[in-house]
Write a protein that binds this ligand. Structure first.
Ligand code: CP
Length: 373
């Protein structure tokens, strides 16, 4: 059909709508409230200096809370006048497609004043000629101060570590883990309810969350890392409901590990049946398998007609498919855009720590070796 409207008809109203800020997405009140609630403890962040980040298992609760405080500090500020990562170089090696993780890491590094080198196609590197990842790691040590790697193979990050003498961050290794996504997920939850940052073994049941996770814990790296993270916050969680039309969804020992962390886990085959009891709905329907992906199907779709609890929030690591309808975008349930935005600040916090520049941004002084000043 030919569009007969003259170009520009209705343009003003369309542009205005595109730029209207949304509560929880761009405001500073929520990060400020989180920042104010958490007492600073730099010891935890100092311990991250120079470390590889491969799994969420490397984190304890206090370190995650302190990272969220630093992220909230960054998010509460406008543009940074002082750039703590000036002179540092990040190598961003993404051998598998990414919108959010690569660009938010690169945005984070730029915002902190550092420089980046970016590889988005492995065929433009020595890998095309058979070069090993451990040899590439040896080279990366000469070129940068931190590496961010995404690859569809679980072992790639470990192969690169063999000769690497600068920190590496796992930005997704096959179906294994995506630790910084889980940190960003937690950051979104804590901005929504800052009181959950405070450990409280006596927390009333009515204040605990029922969290629904739509996905395959054994085959989705985002879900695997998120569940491990939630295990550190089990005092905040009444129960976890894994929603999946299939029954065989956990890896060997995966469920046992989560139960041992204190999580109460139920399973449901139908989102509609449990939607009304969920405080947080975490949805993801894509699992990467090698160079391709499989999509979850069944009663797992969310739209404006889904009978959600009034104050519940929806999180999604994105990219979304049909499982999350755009009709929810302009509702208060939409925290998935805030989650994606917050990932920039969370990654700023982590990068500041790994590159040993926490001393330049902390409120209180940090004991550190002279060479890190
Ligand atoms: N959340 C996430 O990992 O998105 P990308 O695949 O776009 O990086």
């Amino acid at each position: 059909m030919v569009n007969t409207l003259p170009y520009g008809a209705g343009l003003d109203s369309r542009l205005k709508e595109s730029f209207s800020p949304r509560d929880g997405v761009r405001g500073i009140e929520k990060p400020k409230a989180l920042y104010d609630l958490i007492p600073e403890n730099n010891e935890q962040l100092k311990n991250l200096a120079g470390r590889h980040i491969v799994s969420i298992r490397q984190f304890d609760r206090e370190t995650i809370v302190q990272l969220c405080k630093l992220a909230a500090s960054y998010e509460s500020q406008g543009d940074l006048i002082y750039k703590p990562l000036a002179g540092k170089i990040m190598i961003s090696a993404f051998y598998e497609p990414s919108t959010r993780t690569r660009l938010s890491f690169e945005s984070a590094f730029h915002r902190l004043g550092g420089d980046i080198m970016s590889i988005t196609d492995r065929s433009t590197t020595g890998i095309a000629k058979g070069e090993s990842l451990s040899d590439i790691g040896e080279m990366f040590t000469n070129y940068g101060d931190v590496v961010v790697l995404r690859d569809s193979e679980r072992e790639s990050v470990f192969q690169m570590i063999e000769n690497l003498k600068i920190p590496i961050i796992n930005a997704g290794n096959g179906i294994d883990e995506h630790p910084t996504q889980a940190l960003a997920d937690l950051y979104a939850i804590l901005k929504w309810k800052p009181e959950l940052a405070v450990f409280n073994k006596q927390r009333a049941e009515s204040e605990k969350l029922t969290i629904g996770v739509i996905g395959v814990p054994g085959r989705m790296r985002t879900v695997r890392s998120l569940l491990l993270t939630l295990g550190l916050f089990s005092d905040c969680i009444q129960k976890l409901i894994i929603i999946n039309p299939d029954h065989d969804i956990f890896d060997e020992q995966q469920k046992e590990e989560l139960l041992a962390a204190g999580l109460k886990i139920e399973q449901s085959t139908s989102l509609r049946k449990v939607a009304g009891e969920l405080d947080v709905v975490y949805i993801n329907s894509i699992a990467w398998i090698g160079d391709t992906y499989e999509k979850l199907a069944g009663d797992i779709t969310l739209n404006k007609q889904t009978a959600l609890k009034k104050d519940s929030i929806i999180l999604h690591p994105l990219a979304r498919g049909e499982e999350l309808d755009v009709s929810l975008d302009k509702t208060p349930h939409n925290w998935y855009f805030a989650q994606a935005r917050g990932a920039v600040f969370l990654r700023m916090a982590l990068l500041t720590c790994l590159t040993q520049r926490i001393n330049l941004v902390a409120d209180s002084p940090v004991d550190r070796p002279e060479e890190n000043i």
